[in-house]
Design a protein around this ligand. Structure first.
Ligand code: PBG
Length: 326
């Protein structure tokens, strides 16, 4: 059977019909909003490369959490900019570290807000690398111990979900055992299992002051050319006890999201990263595209590819727009 018996336009004729045959849903319930915490008081400073995204001091977080809660966004992921950096990143696992303070502030503002913390070394080390460095090399096993300490200190401060992002081999099992030994067996792990060495992290590195002082991240992050390798990464993290998986970035990797979705049953998150955000913001600022439509289309596509959850800097705007969408 074909045209003229079949007419695809029939089901597109009215808004009601279009809504009823819609295959992919998008809701703030699926959003995770990234927040950047900094030391100081009354700081609310826009990040130049990411218009609409701010550095917040801990005392300003309550206000931000009220806004996020009112938009029905259930979760935040926290990043911190430490007061000082050193080769190991001491503040990363300090009880009064910036992220530990931020966790407590978020929970005080809204105990139901799900707090996810990014666990990596790069924002805390003076060399900006995701692991301990010796003779110019990023050491794997020596780094795992520190990741465990960071995860436990986040859990002690009240984090609900630990999200290791450094692409060290064995990071999930190291964090799982550290958490369990410390009595935090109920804390879950969202693994950045599949993280590519991507140009699209550029604005984030400005926001988090985490650009490596030498070299790059290609000895631990994946090459954009590979997808079978992504499935192996996911497989290993599932075996190490990850509760949820993440693919990052999202837009240039929709096929990777789809492949992981089809192979694994764990909840899957996708990180709509800083560069993806800034591209839309920049084009919209020039009047070159309609920001609202571009954002909703982007987030819908990430969901259609197979992501259950989306980490996105557009979360607040998108939540507002979804309230008034056709
Ligand atoms: C590492 C980390 C990075 C991002 C999230 N966690 C940076 C990197 O790997 O260089 C990037 C997020 C973004 O670009 O929005 N701690």
């Amino acid at each position: 059977m074909s045209f003229p018996t079949i007419r695809m336009r029939r089901l597109r004729a009215t808004p009601t019909l279009r809504a009823m045959v819609r295959e992919t849903t998008l809701s703030p319930a699926q959003f995770i909003y990234p927040l950047f915490a900094v030391h100081g008081r009354d700081v609310h400073e826009e990040i130049a490369s990411m218009p609409g995204v701010y550095h917040h001091s801990v005392d300003r977080l309550a206000q931000e959490i009220d806004e996020i809660s009112a938009l029905d966004i259930p979760a935040v992921i926290l990043f911190g900019i430490p007061a000082s950096k050193d080769p190991v990143g001491q503040e990363n696992f300090a009880d009064d570290g910036i992220v530990q303070q931020a966790i407590r502030a978020v929970k005080a503002a809204n105990p139901d807000m799900l707090v996810i913390t990014d666990v990596c070394l790069c924002e805390y080390t003076d060399h900006g690398h995701c692991g301990i460095v010796r003779d110019g090399e990023i050491l794997n096993d020596e780094t795992l111990d520190i990741l465990g300490r960071v995860a436990v200190s986040h859990a002690r401060a009240g984090a609900d979900v630990i999200a290791p992002s450094g692409m060290m081999d064995g990071m999930v099992s190291a964090i799982r055992s550290a958490l369990d030994e410390a009595g935090y067996e109920r804390i879950s792990i969202l693994s950045y299992a599949i993280k590519y060495a991507s140009a699209f992290y550029g604005p984030f590195r400005e926001a988090a002051h985490s650009t490596p002082s030498f070299g790059d991240r290609r000895t631990h992050q994946m090459t954009p050319a590979n997808v079978r390798e992504a499935l192996r990464e996911a497989q290993l993290d599932v075996g190490e006890g990850a509760d949820m998986l993440m693919v990052k970035p999202a837009l240039a990797y929709l096929d990777v999201i789809r492949r992981v979705r089809e192979r694994f049953d764990l909840p899957l998150a996708a990180y709509n990263v800083s560069g993806e955000y800034s591209m839309i913001k920049a084009a919209a600022a020039h009047g070159w595209l309609d920001e609202r439509r571009a954002v909703i289309e982007t987030l819908t596509a990430i969901r259609r590819a197979g992501a259950d959850l989306i980490l996105t800097y557009h979360a607040k705007d998108a939540a507002r727009w979804l309230q008034t969408l056709e």
